[in-house]
Design a protein around this ligand. Structure first.
Ligand code: OAD
Length: 231
């Protein structure tokens, strides 16, 4: 028999136990930096060096962090389920843990792309880029990140994936940022749905999530036990 499909929507809380700060909590990244200074196309136009440096630091941090129990549990679940991860995270920790099917909604830190030819995308790992670093056609490179105010092209692939879920898991996201947050509306009504987060996350009334109010590591171990009945 084909494996049941487990579709996961992950956010910054997924990587919190790996030491990467979330965005909206006290002490989070958006308290340390203003979104408008570092994460918009306008910011890149006005002060490209600052924006590049912001992402250079985030990229460099990837050298120091490792997947946590949560990432590893989701990777292990591939033995029993057809696991599809849709992540808002720009880190590479799902990959490092061994998950095979990952859709990055908001881009990837380890990639950069041409400012003029968006199809020219380069893998740079954890290296820095600076003003003057150019694509093969001579245009400045930029982070391969979806900034505020930009469209989220991967959403078109994400919608049918969520709709195809036999089990749906939302983990470590405040569900504040659209269109990503709207994806939860596309899970079929009758399937089991779980939400792992140590804090209260508001989900629209009637969606019937089983709430596991724990961190990603502990929470995903509990989820693993709960979903074995569906194998
Ligand atoms: P947020 O910072 O908005 O939310 C993080 C969520 O993780 C919150 O609900 C926390 O309660 C939860 N959390 C904290 N610690 C946790 C733990 N140990 N285990 C599990 N959950 C934990 O982050 P996102 O919802 O991912 O976009 O934010 C969405 C987008 O906004 C990001 O992708 C980013 C940001 O601006 C871009 O940069 C384009």
């Amino acid at each position: 028999m084909a494996k049941k499909r487990l579709v996961v929507l992950s956010g910054a809380g997924m990587s919190a136990e790996s030491g990467i700060t979330t965005f909206r909590e006290t002490g989070g990244l958006w308290e340390q930096y203003r979104i408008e200074d570092v994460a918009t196309p306008e910011a890149f136009q006005e002060n490209p060096a600052l924006v590049l440096e912001f992402y250079n630091q985030r990229r460099k941090q990837l050298e120091e962090v490792e997947p946590n129990v949560g990432h590893k549990t989701l990777a292990r679940l591939q033995e029993k389920f057809d696991v599809q991860i849709i992540t808002q995270n720009v880190d590479n920790l799902h990959e490092s843990a061994g998950s095979k099917h990952i859709l990055h909604l908001h881009g990837e830190l380890t990639k950069v792309r041409s400012t003029k030819h968006p199809h020219l995308i380069y893998d740079i790992g954890t290296k820095a880029i600076k003003l003057g670093d150019k694509c093969d056609k001579g245009a400045q490179l930029r982070p391969h990140i979806v900034w505020f105010g930009e469209s989220v092209p991967a959403i078109d692939d994400a919608v049918p994936l969520v709709n195809s879920a036999d089990i749906f898991l939302v983990i470590g996201t405040s569900l504040n940022v659209y269109p990503a947050a709207g994806l939860i509306m596309y899970a079929k009504h009758e399937i089991p749905k779980f939400l792992i987060d140590p804090n209260n996350v508001e989900v629209p009334y009637g969606l019937n999530f089983n709430i596991i109010q724990k961190g990603a590591g502990e929470g995903s171990l509990e989820l693993e036990k709960k979903i074995m009945q569906y194998v």
